[in-house]
Ligand binder design. Structure first.
Ligand code: NAP
Length: 323
């Protein structure tokens, strides 16, 4: 068992909660940075909250980040906190930049001043590629972000690389593609579809409206992704890696698979709503995972089909368990 300690920002989110579980099984002392809210947001971490220590802090507040690092004295710091929803980045672009871009500057500067030997993971995103000029993308593909979220993530990515080069900090960026789980927010299309299949099965919904069924995504399981994050910080040298499934599937395949999990024909329930329709990308966002597979021995442990099945099963059970 490890005697290491880790500080996770964004611990109340999808990835943060899975990463905390992983680190606890490895014997880490886990600290989670949580911002204040009037109602609390601990649904994803309540089942292990006695095993971790929550520190109050916010990416908007430099002193709170320094205090958290001084108190935790972490060997590893995982920055998973961000304003992570692209549509909101259009309606609140400045706030997105404050959280997702400048928040990382504050964190890096806090590490440099308070715990420069800590290893740092930055949650980068495939959105930095935006409209890429090649597919699949590699760690050398040019960044051409196309929304305020992608722009903020690109800034955070390059700041992390710059602190590695300028100050010799151990900083790694994981360029993750879309990853899903039963803890994913219901506003994201994968979860929207698996939940809808469960609702239709239970007779609680009779129509699902979607946009472009031919749109393709590179989806993987969040538990696989957080394992890659941990692995990246266990190396001698810090480096940046793409974390993806390395394959794409269309929304149509996803709907078909989700509805077949509950023995239903998707075409009886799904309609295309022009309001949600976006034309397909000319060049697909799909990650090349050669580098992480060859250098770290990582690859996803769950197939697309397994991911759909486990999410539909979860959504079905969660709805059945509701009073
Ligand atoms: P998520 O579920 O949206 O969680 C975001 C977390 O950030 C929440 O814990 C949230 O806290 C916290 N947070 C937001 N603003 C904060 C602030 N100002 N100070 C402190 N904490 C703050 O995101 P996720 O899906 O786990 O993703 C984890 C990271 O990977 C994010 O950086 C995301 O942008 C990136 N990423 C995700 C995907 C994906 O497919 N999931 C793909 C590429 C990149 P509250 O609970 O208080 O809101």
């Amino acid at each position: 068992m490890s005697s290491k300690s880790a500080l996770i920002t964004g611990i109340t989110g999808q990835d943060g909660s899975y990463l905390a579980e992983l680190l606890l099984t490895k014997g880490y002392q886990v600290f989670g940075l949580v911002r204040r809210s009037s109602s609390g947001n601990s649904s994803r971490i309540s089942h292990f909250s006695d095993d971790i220590k929550i520190l109050s802090g916010d990416l908007l507040d430099q002193c709170s980040l320094m205090d958290a690092i001084i108190e935790a004295q972490p060997d590893e710091i995982y920055n998973l906190a961000s304003q992570s929803y692209i549509p909101t980045s259009w309606t609140q672009p400045s706030l997105t930049a404050e959280y997702t871009a400048l928040g990382v500057s504050r964190l890096l500067e806090s590490i440099r001043r308070c715990k420069p030997d800590a290893k740092f993971y930055q949650a980068s995103s495939s959105e930095v590629f935006g409209q890429p000029d090649e597919s699949p993308q590699t760690e050398r593909t040019a960044f051409r972000p196309r929304n305020p979220y992608g722009v903020a993530k690109a800034y955070a990515h390059w700041m992390s690389v710059n602190y590695r080069q300028q100050y010799n900090l151990y900083t790694c960026c994981g360029i993750t593609y879309t990853h899903e789980s039963p803890r994913r927010g219901a506003e994201f299309v994968f979860r929207k579809i698996t939940r809808a299949a469960a609702l239709v099965k239970l007779g609680l919904l009779n129509e699902l409206k979607l946009g472009n069924l031919d749109a393709k995504r590179d989806w993987c399981y969040a538990k696989d992704a957080v394992y890659a994050m941990w692995l990246m910080l266990q190396q001698q040298e810090a480096d940046d890696y793409i974390i993806a499934s390395g394959e794409t599937h269309s929304v149509r395949e996803l709907v078909e698979c989700a509805f077949s999990c509950v023995n239903l024909n998707w075409e009886d329930y799904v309609s295309v709503d022009p309001a949600f329709y976006r034309p397909d990308e000319p060049v697909q966002l799909m990650g090349c995972i050669d580098k992480i597979r060859n250098q770290l021995g990582w690859q996803p442990q769950h197939s697309f089909q397994e991911l759909v099945e486990l999410m539909v099963e979860h959504d079905l059970k969660a709805l059945q368990d509701q009073p």
